[in-house]
Design a protein around this ligand. Structure first.
Ligand code: TXA
Ligand code: MG
Length: 350
């Protein structure tokens, strides 16, 4: 499959996008970098193209896609509500677009049916990555794009991870280097009086409330209730490598350390990889250990690196990836949400 490499320091870099943009106009599917994770794009007005996205990923047909635009005036082509956005929502767009915020809006009838299975709504995002925005402009259509992994696997944060998952199943990938944010966008719905977070992300509920001026709550499934999630994607096994993921977190580092050590001692046959704060000592039988630079906050560094680390665990032949988690609030909410799914519930508070 084609790999188009973009070097942003080359003044003519947008020329590299001519061929992938042409493939998109012709109904093809192309993976591209965004500031969050790599997306697998297709023309959001072309149902056959969007169905190719589902086929390439093995994605369940009931899980809607996010539609990406390059400019605010393109909202008119994706939602029927472009002229009557609630004012708290407009304040969020002013503050966070372009960027890692997806908003749920009434869908424009032109949006392909497969993008919004059974639904009248569509998720819309304006990414800040220059390659993503230039690609949308050159293609001349909004791009429906889920994360460019095969369904259930960790989202890709490099072009190499896209190739690993989707080789032979898509037209190609644009390599724009590693993604900055590392976790997917925050997904929200907003009315005149309140907001709901369907998927936590880099932009926190506290920031959303402060900027919009209305209170935000979490969709009930995020609070551990048995409720079906409003973002259908949140109900599937997700973000998981082949290795088993285990997560421990708590306010007392020594207790966390002791719990991990006990787990490894009790399971002598495993080949563990470790993801630990910098001030933790080494642990037994390590296939590898990752810790961030002590100058970077642990939750921030781990958010950036998480999906790459999950894939590295498999590459190195780890049977188990033992991860120190963080408090599930603020930025830690998105991180712990992804870890909850990647670990299939093997997440322990100590
Ligand atoms: O950062 C991101 O959002 C990345 C990059 C590529 O933009 N995209 C991404 O897409 O993570 P995906 O498909 O992997 O996740 C989209 C999430 C799913 O949980 C899906 O159920 C939810 O957004 N979603 C999309 N449209 C929706 C809608 N109309 N109503 C409710 N949830 C929706
Ligand atoms: Mg995804």
């Amino acid at each position: 499959m084609k790999v188009w490499s973009v070097d942003l320091s080359d003044g003519n870099w947008t020329e590299v996008l001519q061929e992938p943009a042409q493939r998109l106009r012709a109904g093809g599917v192309v993976a591209f970098p965004t500031e969050t994770v790599y997306g697998l794009g297709g023309n959001a007005w072309d149902d056959a193209a969007c169905r190719k996205i589902f086929a390439a990923k093995g994605r369940p047909a009931d899980n809607p896609l996010i539609v990406h635009i390059a400019d605010r005036n393109e909202l008119a082509g994706v939602t029927s509500a472009a002229d009557c956005l609630p004012s708290p929502l407009v304040r969020l767009l002013d503050a966070f677009w372009p960027g890692p915020l997806t908003i749920i809006l009434p869908a424009h009838p032109q949006i392909a049916p497969s993008v919004r299975p059974g639904g009248e709504t569509v998720g819309v995002r304006m990414p800040s990555h220059p390659v993503a925005r230039a690609l949308i402009r050159q293609a001349g259509c909004p791009l429906a794009a889920p994360s460019a992994n095969s369904s259930g696997r960790p989202s890709p944060t490099t072009a190499a991870a896209v190739v690993d998952d989707l080789e032979g199943r898509i037209d190609g990938v644009i390599d724009g280097g590693p993604c900055d944010v590392g976790l997917e966008s925050t997904v929200v719905a907003v009315t005149e009086s309140s907001g709901t977070v369907y998927r936590p992300g880099w932009i926190t509920p506290e920031q959303l409330s402060a900027v919009s001026g209305v209170p935000f709550s979490l969709d009930p499934h995020l609070l551990g209730a048995e409720e079906a999630p409003k973002a259908p994607g949140m109900k599937y096994r997700h973000y998981a490598p082949d290795a088993r993921v285990h997560v421990w977190w708590g306010d007392r580092p020594l207790a966390v350390l002791t719990a991990i050590r006990r787990f490894v001692m009790d399971n002598p046959g495993i080949r563990p990889a470790y993801v630990l704060p910098a001030d933790f000592p080494d642990l037994p039988n390590a296939v590898w250990r990752w810790s961030p630079d002590p100058a970077t906050p642990y939750d921030e560094a781990l958010s950036h690196a998480l999906y790459h680390l999950l894939r590295e665990g498999d590459t190195a032949g780890a049977t188990d990836i033992c991860i120190v988690g963080t408090r599930p609030s603020g930025r830690g909410l998105a991180l712990m949400n992804r870890l909850q799914k990647a670990s299939e519930g093997r997440l322990y508070r100590v």
